[in-house]
Design a protein around this ligand. Structure first.
Ligand code: 26Q
Length: 811
């Protein structure tokens, strides 16, 4: 966008005057942040209008991306970057005696997501806008995002996340976009004026959905602007003045409070379906509001719903928006008068679904009674979808057990993944390995009858946020070496391969990492007081805390090193720092104990300066997008150590790689493809493969045998009972080798331990050879282009959505 520093300054002064009646001399940082953000929001709107004017209305098909989570992080820096206005704002603020970096810090991190799935949705919005595919995202405007984590006495404490005061500036409230969503009540059949049989939902409670739009600009000359629409729940009825006048204030407020509950808070649990009624209401609320809004616009443009599949594609990110299928059926039949067959044809041709997990406990299931009570009409439609599907497969004489596996309704449960497969055009997994696993396991019966439905789209990350913005030193070296085209053509990073033996370049890569480590150590010192040694190797594991991700395996390895050093404090070893960042769902006790274990171990090390010099552990409190942006450019080792077959893809593995960290990981998720790109000599792979895990499991895995026969492992597990910083972890030792748990060590930490420590050993030896290490870093950076979300989105557009880019010069 073309704007001079002076023009920018005038805009900012105007906002300061209008909103705060203040001049820059008297303004504080928060006021400056708000004024700047409001200016940027106006510019985004302007860009959007210009873009709209270019698109002949109705010409293009559009994707509607439905997701319960968008892990947005901060927006100001990203927006300035994408608009090409960072320098102008930097200079403008300098003139006002503020620093742009300081202003960035005033924005809170919009954490409307738990982890990978939510961040993926946000990376996709950036790529959709940059590539200029017509797109809109839909989610809820949670008043509280994922909880803020504090560590008190080495334990996680969850506090409400108040992101709105600074995050709200990006939202445009759309009072013209208001829809009513119905819950409960009963279904009634009636005949309309023409004698046609119709259905309606009576006596339910209704809640209104209000739209708040956030504009997301793409980067570059061909970029468009996408909209993320966040729905707020609000009472659909007028304030209960009668109760209020009669002094019953509680009753007067009740309806409003109940309605607002729906968009109050994000459920803080990932990969675990809890079956809470409020969550079901949230999911339906998202889906119903989004589809009503879509159909209304569609009708305005095309006067008929029959061409919906030609103009709209609805994408369900995981099963959380699965109700889009019966809801679209309801709208098409009950509101638009289509027959079942017409509506079903349109629905299946419009909806697609991405699966993100194969873990049984994470597959969404609802209790049938809850489902019927909360959504009676949707329940009736879902039953009919199920009935027709079962009849069709019975007609094909399929095995009864196979049919049972595919039923949507079975054992008083509603299985959302089955609903999604039956009601979608395409179903995709998120890495090559994962997409094969879903066909062989959870969806094997479906794969037999719909082999063409299943496909793969490997995840990606926006390299503009995760490399160019967060690692400016590396980005400018790359630009110096291969030019700036990789900003929008990430595959061009491969041009770096010609420098693999260039000593000057390799040295520079090493120097940049060192400078980033130093910066990070300073940042940590300033914000937390913790002292990091930038001369040590930074080895990082950042992700939601889950048994299958095996943070515990990492801890066992560290305890092993700790014991070695305690035996022999003079041992000559290269210093290492292990950095963890993780939140655990509040109700996930075992995960919270592992957080406590990490923190206790860290505390014990702090008391022993001799050990700290060689081995340190730091736990990042309240790990979030912004923390990741600081930490990843400073990391040298990327820990991706899930039990093979469990991690659908992983995306931090890609963020590390593009910042020149080397992966220490299992053959799981996207690690497999990362390994294929960089070659065996540029990654440290260890552990069981997916089939080996299956085999070990079937053979009756017994961790206590390993414990008894391996002295190193025995010592480490026994040390957990002694504990750290005065806290014993016998429960975790029991978890690993039997005790009260049904299956000891269900994620096979002990079985992979030995191979893990060996791989770590090899890694340590390689690290000592700086030239070799820097070369590995360079190869990782050079091969990361394919893991840009630009590539993922191009794959979706071509293979699933059948979308065309907006042609920028077309009038
Ligand atoms: C479900 C029901 C009720 C409440 C919450 C949930 C829920 C919420 C979030 C279930 C799952 C999630 C999030 C899952 C997730 O983030 N999965 C990750 O998705 C990434 C993007 O595809 C992958 O890279 C990771 O491998 C996968 O774990």
């Amino acid at each position: 966008m073309n704007k001079t520093t002076n023009e920018v300054q005038e805009l900012v002064l105007d906002k300061l005057a209008r909103y705060f009646a203040i001049t820059p001399e008297r303004a504080n940082e928060d006021q400056i942040y708000k004024a700047v953000a409001l200016v940027v929001r106006d510019l985004l709107l302007q860009k959007k209008q210009e873009n709209n004017a270019r698109i002949a209305e109705g010409k293009y098909k559009r994707v509607y991306y439905l997701c319960m989570e968008f892990l947005i992080g901060r927006s100001l820096k990203n927006n300035l970057f994408n608009l090409g206005l960072t320098e102008q704002f930097d200079e403008c603020l300098k003139k006002m005696n503020f620093s742009l970096d300081g202003i960035f810090e005033r924005e809170s991190d919009a954490g409307l997501g738990n982890g990978g799935l939510g961040r993926l949705a946000s990376c996709f919005m950036d790529s959709l806008a940059t590539l200029n595919y017509p797109a809109m995202g839909f989610t809820l405007r949670y008043q509280y995002g994922l909880f803020r984590q504090r560590i008190v006495d080495n334990q996680q404490v969850e506090l409400p996340d108040m992101w709105l005061p600074s995050g709200e500036v990006w939202m445009m409230p759309r009072s013209d976009k208001r829809f009513t969503v119905n819950f409960g009540g009963r279904v009634e059949e009636y005949h309309d004026a023409n004698g046609k049989m119709c259905v309606r939902n009576l006596d339910g409670d209704s809640v209104d959905a209000l739209a708040n739009d956030v504009m997301i600009s793409g980067y570059g000359d061909n970029a468009g602007v996408s909209v993320l629409r966040l729905w707020t729940a609000t009472s659909s009825t007028q304030f209960d003045m009668r109760s209020f006048s009669q002094g019953d204030y509680e009753k007067a407020m009740q309806r409003e409070n109940e309605a607002e509950l729906i968009s109050k808070v994000l459920y803080p649990s990932d990969d675990h379906s809890q079956g809470k009624q409020l969550r079901l209401q949230q999911e339906y609320f998202l889906v119903s509001a989004s589809l009503q809004s879509r159909l209304k616009d569609h009708l305005r443009l095309y006067k008929s719903v029959k061409n919906l599949p030609d103009k709209a594609v609805i994408h369900a990110n995981d099963t959380h928006p699965a109700l889009a299928i019966p809801e679209l059926m309801r709208l098409l039949m009950d509101e638009h008068g289509l027959s079942w067959d017409e509506a079903w044809d349109i629905t299946v041709r419009t909806v697609n679904y991405t699966n993100h997990t194969v873990m049984a406990e994470a597959l969404e299931k609802w209790d049938e009674n809850t489902f019927r009570n909360v959504l009676p009409r949707i329940y009736a439609i879902t039953c009919e979808i199920n009935r027709r599907f079962v009849a069709s497969v019975e007609a094909q004489h399929l095995d009864g057990r196979k049919i049972d596996a595919m039923r949507i309704l079975n054992n008083n449960q509603v299985k959302m993944a089955n609903l999604c497969v039956i009601g979608s055009q395409k179903v995709n997994g998120v890495s090559a390995l994962h997409s094969e696993i879903i066909k062989d396991t959870i969806f094997s019966e479906f794969n037999e009858i719909y082999p063409d439905k299943f496909t793969n789209v490997t995840n990606g990350i926006t390299h503009r946020r995760w490399l160019i913005q967060s690692n400016p030193r590396l980005a400018s070296l790359i630009t110096e070496l291969i030019g700036p085209d990789f900003y929008t053509k990430p595959e061009q990073l491969s041009g770096l391969m010609k420098f693999v033996s260039d000593k000057t370049v390799l040295d520079k890569i090493g120097d940049i990492k060192q400078a980033n480590k130093k910066d990070y150590a300073d940042y940590v010192k300033k914000t937390t007081g913790f002292v990091l040694n930038p001369e040590s190797r930074f080895d990082t594991q950042i992700k939601r805390l889950h048994e299958y991700k095996r943070q515990l395996l990492n801890v066992l390895k560290i305890v092993h090193y700790y014991l070695e050093l305690s035996d022999n404090p003079e041992k000559n070893v290269a210093p290492q720092t292990f950095i963890f960042g993780a939140k655990a769902a509040g109700s996930y006790m075992h995960a919270k104990r592992i957080i406590q274990l990490i923190n206790c171990l860290s505390q014990e090390i702090q008391k022993n300066p001799k050990i700290k010099k060689k081995l340190d552990v730091m736990f990042v409190e309240n790990y979030n997008v912004t923390q990741a942006e600081h930490l990843i450019p400073a990391s040298e080792v990327s820990e991706q150590i899930s039990l093979a077959g469990k991690e659908a893809s992983g995306t931090s593995n890609m963020k590390f790689m593009i910042n020149g960290a080397v992966t220490l990981g299992t053959l799981d998720g996207a690690n497999v493809e990362i390994g294929e790109r960089v070659g065996d000599e540029n990654i440290f792979i260890f552990g069981l493969k997916t089939e080996e895990v299956e085999r070990a499991w079937r053979a009756g895995y017994n961790s206590s045998t390993i414990y008894t026969h391996n002295d190193e492992i025995k010592r480490v597990v026994d040390r957990l009972r002694v504990g750290f910083a005065g806290e014993s972890f016998s429960d975790i030792a029991d978890y690993l080798i039997a005790g009260n748990y049904q299956v000891a060590d269900p994620y096979m930490c002990l079985l992979d331990f030995e191979d893990y420590t060996k791989a770590a050993q090899r890694m340590g030896e390689t690290y000592a050879d700086k030239k070799k290490w820097n070369k590995m870093a360079l190869v990782n950076i050079a091969q990361a282009g394919i893991f840009s979300s630009d590539r993922s989105i191009a794959d979706y557009a071509k293979n699933i959505w059948n979308l065309k880019k907006v042609k920028v010069n077309s009038k």
